[in-house]
Design a protein around this ligand. Structure first.
Ligand SMILES: [Zn+2]
Length: 211
């Protein structure tokens, strides 16, 4: 059981919002050698499951369908990556007080409009809620909550708290919910410590040069 949990924790979910976690599925983006974490359709399903955009049952249904429709699965993966990069550029621009590219906003709007064709208002005890329909037959089903999350964040007060990780090799996005709005790293344990270690070694190096 424990082994199973460890195996499913492939992705780091440090963004604080589903749409930001989705943009953080590539490592070392600004470097010459970015490390892609979504290399096939099943990676996309694994991410969706770990990020709770998909249930276990939905994940199994999608993987089975993808096996029967491999061409469709690879075009969904390509579509997912293009959308991820558009969402990334939009929120990176926001974090840097710049205006996002109009084309990226158009792409996101189109994805939101498409996702909402699969949304229904349903009654539940004490009120109503959104529910997704046709979840077993649409291979892009994990992208629907992602674009909804992007839409919600873009029009929310929390938009001011979107940050880019201060590590120049990382550039992951996150919501800074720290009390004094001073969080600089996507994750203190990885990027924060790496940066600290680099500073430590460069201090040591310059100290030894001085001697
Ligand atoms: Zn980082």
């Amino acid at each position: 059981m424990v082994e199973n949990v460890i195996q499913t924790q492939i992705f780091e979910l440090t963004g604080g919002r589903l749409c930001l976690d989705f943009t953080n599925t590539i490592e070392d983006r600004p470097s010459d050698h970015p490390h892609e974490l979504l290399n096939n359709y099943s990676d996309l399903v694994s991410w969706g499951k770990q990020a709770q955009a998909l249930t276990e049952h939905e994940s199994q249904q999608l993987l089975a369908r993808a096996e029967r429709h491999p061409g469709e699965a690879s075009s969904v993966l390509a579509q997912a990556i293009a959308l991820r990069e558009a969402i990334y550029r939009i929120f990176k621009a926001v974090a840097e007080d710049a205006v996002p590219e109009a084309d990226d906003l158009v792409s996101l709007s189109a994805a939101i409009a498409e996702a909402m064709t699969h949304a229904r208002i349903v009654a539940r005890a004490g009120g109503f809620t959104w529910e997704w329909i046709d979840t077993a037959v649409n291979l892009d089903r994990m992208l629907w909550p992602v674009v909804r999350s992007a839409e919600d964040l873009l029009i929310s007060d929390e938009l001011d708290a979107v940050r880019v990780c201060a590590s120049d090799t990382c550039n992951w996005l996150f919501i800074d919910t720290s009390k004094n709005h001073s969080r600089r790293w996507c994750d203190m344990k990885s990027c924060g410590n790496r940066a600290k270690a680099r500073r430590f070694y460069s201090r040591k190096k310059s100290a030894s040069v001085d001697v």
